[in-house]
Structure formats: C-alpha cells, structure tokens
Design a protein around this ligand. Structure first.
Ligand code: COA
Length: 293
C-alpha cells in the first residue's frame, strides 16, 4: 500500500463526504455520524481522513452529544487504526464513547495501546421481525399521526420515558428539527397516543425508501412512566408495524440496549428476534491525553 496521509478536518467537500459515507460495509456509520459527516462544519464535529495515493481508505468521526464525544471509525483495518489514534490525540478529552464496528477488536486493542481504558461497556442489540410470519395485530386504541402541535408535549414525554439515557433522554427542539428534516421522515409513520392533551405513548417509524423500501425500523418507541404496563407499548408497536406494512414493508428492525428488560420483553412477545449486536465503549482517555501533552 502507498504511504498513508492523515488529515484532520472540520469541513468536508462533497466528494470526501461521498467517499467517507461509502467506506466499508453497506451501513458503516450510525445515522448520527452520517448526519455529522454531511453537516460537519455546521455541527462542529471532527473527522480524521486517511488517504492512500489520494484515495480515502479510512475515516474516524467524532460527534459531540451534549458533553460527550462519540467516536466511530470505518475503512481499511490498518488505516482505521491510524485514523482512531490521530482523532484521540486531536480530541484530547478525558473520556469519550467509542462505537466499535462488528469486527472491531483491533480498535479496542489500539485504544488500549495508546493508554485508554474501558470504564463501561454497552451492548446494543439489533432485533428483527418478519411481517410475513408475524403480521401486525392492531389493538383497539385511538391513535393519531404526528402533528407539529404535539412537539413540546412529545419532547417532554420522550425525555421522561428515556430519563438517564445518554442519547435519547436529552432531546430538544433542535434534535427533533434535525431528525425530522431527513428525507425519510413521514408524519404518517409516527403514531401517537394521547391522554387528554398529553402525549403518553408513541411509535415513530422510519422507512428509508431510497435505501431499502422493504425494510422499516422502529425508530423511537416510548410510554411515559406513569402509563407503562397498560399495554400501550404493545398497541403502539403494532400500530407502527401496521403503518409500515401498508407501505409494503416486509421486515421491521430496531436497536435496543441489552439491559432494557422491559423493552426486550415487549419485543420478544411481538415476534422480534436478535440478529446482531453493536458495542459501545465508554473510554477513559485521560492517560492518553496526558501522554500526548
Ligand atoms: C418498553 C416500553 C415501551 C413498554 O411499554 P409498556 O406500555 O409499558 O408495555 P406493555 O404494557 O405493552 O407491556 C408489553 C409486555 O412487556 C412486558 N413488560 C412491560 N414492562 C415490563 C417490565 N418493566 N419488566 C418486564 N416486562 C415488562 C409486559 O409484561 C408485557 O407482556 P404481556 O403482554 O405478557 O403482559 C416502556 O417500558 C417504555 O417506554 N420504556 C422506556 C423507553 C424505552 O425503553 N423504549 C424502548 C427503547 S428500544
């Protein structure tokens, strides 16, 4: 391989964005990092690009979520380790969350080699359900489609249902504006239940027809704590699956923390099985930043 060149970037041209998005497997980046790559300058995120003979062969992306930097890498194995090392040095923070790719043990070793230690590990399970073998069973529930008038009530309900959750429990109007401006956003696939004027349960679904029209995702489902255990989650899950089935979706998937026993019980009872897992390491990088000073 040609000698690698490594660049720190706070803005990317369109060609670089396309190359970075296309690194590795069919879905090398989480949605959050894809948004980061596409809007790098505006969001204040950081990217390290590694090139071989002018071609981008690996990238490491750091996106700040509240006070925590989240890091992902993709690309050629040797080059992505270089990208990670360079990004850790550039960030120079005491802690961050690192999302390991499925074949990412080499990166774990690389982070240990440069002085990082694992404070905490999360496993996010990837679950799937076939709507052919488990067709939707809509419950007798009064639901509506997303309406912007629900925005503040929904943000409050969401942050209450996901209190303590690093990514999902701290949504603002800006977070919603960013996600709902994605081309796949469809208000009729965001099913909401009210108790009077209050939003108490919802199932927000995502069908990215540009990527795979047969596949839909349970993007965010929640029930406010004082309404849980009344089968609202079950009803909204089926209503969401029914909305996606009416668009021709055949397979529904979702991502869930391996420790979320309430959600896992709900999904198991509704025909979902585990098809994969993603690990996130909360890294103590203080020793690394100190040695880089
Ligand atoms: C997961 C969640 C949506 C479930 O909603 P819910 O309305 O409480 O669930 P339901 O009343 O429909 O219960 C569905 C099944 O899950 C089981 N379940 C619900 N809560 C449970 C709990 N805390 N522990 C174990 N099982 C539980 C129920 O026993 C029920 O099984 P059953 O049909 O045999 O009775 C809700 O707990 C929630 O919003 N949690 C916080 C947000 C969240 O984690 N969302 C999912 C992210 S992937």
């Amino acid at each position: 391989m040609e000698p690698l060149t490594v660049d720190r970037c706070t803005a990317l041209g369109a060609d670089a964005v396309t190359s970075a998005l296309g690194l590795g497997g069919p879905k090398p980046w989480s949605e959050h990092k894809m948004l980061g790559l596409m809007n790098l300058e505006r969001r204040g995120d950081r990217v390290v690009l590694v090139r071989s003979d002018g071609t981008i062969v690996a990238a490491a992306v750091a996106a700040r979520h509240e006070d925590l930097w989240n890091v992902e890498v993709a690309g050629d194995r040797q080059a992505r380790a270089r990208a990670l090392g360079e990004l850790l040095e550039w960030l120079a923070v005491d802690a961050l969350q690192f999302w390991l790719p499925p074949d990412g043990d080499d990166l774990w070793l690389e982070s240990a080699r440069v002085g990082c230690s694992v404070l905490h590990e999360r496993t996010i399970l990837h679950l799937e359900r076939s709507l052919a073998t488990h067709p939707p069973q809509p419950a007798d529930l009064q639901v509506t489609s997303w309406n912007d008038d629900d925005l503040d009530a929904w943000i409050a309900a969401n942050n209450e249902a996901f209190a303590g959750h690093l990514e999902q429990g701290v949504w603002t109007r800006a977070t919603f504006a960013e996600r709902s401006s994605a081309p796949w956003f469809d208000p009729s696939l965001f099913v909401v239940h009210h108790d009077g004027n209050v939003v108490d349960a919802w199932c927000w679904c995502k069908v990215d027809t540009a990527t795979d029209p047969d596949r839909g995702e349970i993007y965010v489902i929640g029930v406010t704590p004082d309404h849980q255990g009344r089968r609202l989650g079950s009803g909204l899950l089926e209503a969401g699956c029914a909305a996606m089935a009416s668009r021709g979706v055949r397979t529904v998937d979702l991502f869930v923390e391996s420790t979320n026993s309430a959600a896992l019980a709900l999904y198991a009872r509704h025909g979902f099985t585990t098809v994969g897992a993603v690990r996130a390491l909360h890294l103590d990088t203080a020793q690394h930043s100190a040695s880089a000073d």
